[in-house]
Design a binder for this molecule. Sequence first.
Ligand code: AMP
Length: 190
Amino acid sequence: MKYYILFGPPGAGKGTQAGAMVQNFHLCHISTGELLRSEIAAGTPLGLQAKSLIEAGELVPDEVVEGMIEAKFDAVKDVEGFLLDGFPRTVAQAEALDAMLAKRGEEVTAVVSIMIPDEMIHERIRHRAEIEGRADDARDEVVSNRIKTYHDKTEPLIGFYNPAGKYHEIDGTGTIETVRNRIFNLMNNF
Ligand code: AMP
């Protein structure tokens, strides 16, 4: 099994690229953000707990997303691997993922990081707000808090995966097709 992590700041294009990646490499796409948004839409207790945090641009507790990921690993069969999108987002989540995979005799295959300059993040998210209507895209101060959360809590993951040679950065600027080709060229190596 391959275990890819799709990494990058909010608005880098992770969701946009994920569809082609899972199709081409026969992966199961697990987006913790999407799973949480479905819990909110369904009005579950977990959704209620997550809603105010997401709408403030804060992270939900590590145990919540870790449980979601493990449940998917247990349930999904008949794929060649997984594409983790939006997880891990903290070093504690990365450590929990390593432990989950070790239990299965597996390990992270590669981190595919889509990088865009900070000044492009706001512009991309403003554009997405018009198309998708996500509540956490609509307010500038929430977007700014998500970017801050990314720098403070998620960016340290680069230092976590780099020493093991697992961190691979892709230039996320340019057309959707150009970025997709860069990603495919990288993933063909694994
Ligand atoms: P995303 O769709 O990946 O941008 O996620 C939207 C929001 O869901 C984030 O801003 C967080 O509030 C929450 N979220 C998604 N994934 C995680 C995660 N791995 N850990 C904590 N919170 C998360």
